[in-house]
Design a protein around this ligand. Structure first.
Ligand SMILES: [Zn+2]
Length: 357
C-alpha cells in the first residue's frame, strides 16, 4: 500500500483530523459551562442534539449540519465554530451585534456513529468506500421536516422558538465531485447573480473549478450555471414519483429544511454547501461532468463485486484514473466558513434594503 498516491498527500492543516460527534460532546462539556442547557432534543437512540442561540443582531442566520451523516465536514465546521466562539467571545463581539446565530452542529448523531469506521480514518478511501452509510428516503432527515423523526422535531422546535431566519444553511457534501457546488433556493436565483460571480472567483482562487452539472430541472434541481443549482424540494420529489405512479416512494418525501424555513419566512435565503470529500479531474464539456458520471458508474459496478481485494484494487485504480485526491479537511472547513460569511453579507444587505422600503 506504500505506493498508494492518496496516502502521500500532505495534510498540513489537518493535525486534529476529522472528529466524531462524541469527541465534540467531550470538548463541549469540558470547555462550556452548563453545556447541557443547549440540548434541544434527542436522537432515536437517545443521543443529545444541541442547538445554540448566539448573538443579538438584527439578521438571523440558521446553520445546521449532519442530515446526511456520510458528509462529516459540515458538522466538523460547526463543532470548531461553536468551540471557538466560547473560547474567544471577544473576537465575536462585533459580529454578534450585527447577526444572531441559530446553530445545530449535528442533527443526526446516530448516523455519525454508523459512519465512525471510516470518519476516523479519512482520507483513506478504502474504509470510506466500504463503510459509508446513507439513510434512504423515508429515513432521510433532510426530507423529514417538520416532524418525521425525533431529530426533525428537535430542530423544528428550536427554530420555531428562536426563528424565523433570514439566512438558512444546511451544510452537506459530496463523496466526490469535479469542484465546488452550491445550491441556492429558486427564489434567490436573480438576486444572487452578482454574488455568484464573486463566489466563483473566490473558489477558483482556491483552486476549485465549478462542478458543472445541468440536470435539466430533473427532480426540481434547476441549473443556475456552472457550480450552482437550486436547493432540493420535497414537493418536487413527491410530484416526480407521483408522475411515475409511485405513491409509496412519494410519501417518503416531506419538507426539506429549506422548505421549512421558506414557510416561516418567504424571504429567507437558503443555501446548501456541497463541497466534495475527494476532488476528481474536471471534465471539459459545459453542463456535463463526464468524469463524475463515469466514476459513479464505476462505483456502482464495484459495489456488486463481492471480493474485498478486487474492490481495493478498483479504488486504487480510481485514484489514478480520475486523479482523485482528498480536499484537505482544514481547507474544506475554511471554504464552508467563507461561503457562510459571504452569504451573511448578502442577507444583511437584503434585510437592510427591505427595512428601507
Ligand atoms: Zn447531503
Amino acid at each position: 500500500m506504500k505506493t498508494d498516491p492518496i496516502r502521500q498527500v500532505a495534510f498540513g492543516d489537518d493535525e486534529n483530523g476529522m472528529w466524531l460527534y462524541r469527541r465534540f460532546l467531550r470538548e463541549l462539556e469540558q470547555r462550556i459551562p452548563e453545556a447541557s442547557s443547549h440540548i434541544i432534543g434527542a436522537s432515536e437512540k437517545g443521543e443529545p442534539i444541541y442547538g445554540f442561540d448566539l448573538g443579538s443582531g438584527p439578521v438571523t442566520v440558521s446553520l445546521v449540519a449532519g442530515a446526511h451523516a456520510d458528509e462529516p465536514v459540515g458538522p466538523n465546521t460547526l463543532y470548531r465554530l461553536i468551540l471557538e466562539i466560547y473560547q474567544n467571545p471577544e473576537r465575536f463581539k462585533a459580529i454578534f451585534s450585527r447577526f444572531r446565530f441559530l446553530v445545530i452542529p449535528h442533527v443526526n448523531p446516530d448516523g455519525d456513529a454508523a459512519n465512525a469506521s471510516w470518519i476516523t480514518r479519512w482520507p483513506d478511501p478504502v474504509p470510506f468506500f466500504s463503510g459509508m452509510k446513507r439513510e434512504l428516503p423515508g429515513r432521510d432527515i433532510e426530507f423529514g421536516y417538520p416532524e418525521m423523526r425525533p431529530e426533525n422535531r428537535a430542530a423544528t422546535g428550536f427554530w420555531e422558538r428562536e426563528g424565523p431566519a433570514d439566512l438558512h444553511f444546511s451544510l452537506h457534501g459530496m463523496q466526490f465531485s469535479e469542484g465546488y457546488l452550491l445550491l441556492i433556493n429558486d427564489e434567490w436565483e436573480k438576486r444572487t447573480r452578482t454574488w455568484r460571480k464573486q463566489f466563483d472567483k473566490a473558489m477558483r482562487a482556491e483552486g476549485l473549478a465549478p462542478h458543472d452539472h445541468d440536470r435539466g430541472g430533473d427532480k426540481g434541481f434547476n441549473y443556475m450555471g456552472p457550480g450552482f443549482t437550486s436547493t432540493p424540494k420535497g414537493k418536487t420529489m413527491r410530484d416526480f414519483f407521483l408522475s411515475r405512479n409511485d405513491a409509496g416512494t412519494a410519501a417518503k418525501f416531506h419538507m426539506s429544511s429549506m422548505e421549512y424555513h421558506i414557510g416561516q419566512n418567504p424571504e429567507t435565503v437558503c443555501m446548501v454547501t456541497e463541497f466534495p470529500l475527494y476532488v476528481i479531474r474536471t471534465s471539459p464539456q459545459t453542463g456535463t461532468p463526464e468524469n463524475y458520471l463515469a466514476l459513479k458508474q464505476d462505483l456502482a459496478n464495484m459495489s456488486v463485486r463481492a471480493d474485498k481485494s478486487t474492490k481495493d484494487q478498483d479504488i486504487n485504480r480510481f485514484v489514478l484514473q480520475y486523479d482523485m485526491h482528498p480536499l484537505p479537511l482544514g481547507k474544506a472547513m475554511r471554504l464552508q466558513r467563507h461561503t457562510i460569511r459571504s452569504a451573511m453579507e448578502l442577507a444583511k444587505r437584503c434585510v437592510e434594503k427591505s427595512q428601507e422600503k
